[in-house]
Design a protein around this ligand. Structure first.
Ligand code: AMP
Length: 125
């Protein structure tokens, strides 16, 4: 079920539980601002999720409430993860779903990083 991105942050969401170490993930990267792990149901040869460490529901919430340091740290982490995965030369795609129309399912901001093949049209038709 897609989420309502206007609701307050829910500490019981699955990515909050991954951040707290309550459930496992296949970790790719971690620093003070971001955690990255492989998507459990990959839609491309590389499908990594990058999440901020702070409690933000969506890109909207993050862009409004996060500090400049959190935003800079998160954006730099996404770029580093893509570079470290060797995706700059072949190319890659970033995607962040926000709310019902996008189909966002987990109410903790996550940026999908896709790569490893030609990714096709930007949107499903
Ligand atoms: P979205 O539809 O943008 O909210 O994407 C949620 C993503 O989280 C989907 O691609 C799921 O496959 C992925 N996902 C859900 N649970 C887990 C989990 N425990 N570990 C890794 N990825 C997950």
């Amino acid at each position: 079920m897609p989420i309502d991105a206007t609701l307050p942050y829910d500490e019981s969401n699955i990515f909050a539980r991954i951040l707290r170490g309550e459930i496992p993930s296949r970790k790719v990267y971690e620093d003070a601002f971001a955690l990255a792990f492989h998507d459990i149901s990959p839609q491309a040869p590389t499908h990594i999720l990058v999440i901020p460490k702070g409690p933000y529901v969506s890109w909207d919430d993050f862009s409004e409430r996060a500090s400049d340091a959190e935003i800079a740290g998160f954006v730099r982490a996404v770029g580093k993860i893509a570079r470290d995965a060797g995706l700059v030369a072949p190319g890659y795609r970033l995607l962040a779903n926000v709310g019902a129309d996008s189909g966002q399912e987990v109410p903790h901001l996550h940026v999908h990083l896709f790569g490893g093949r030609r990714l096709g049209p930007m949107l499903a038709r």
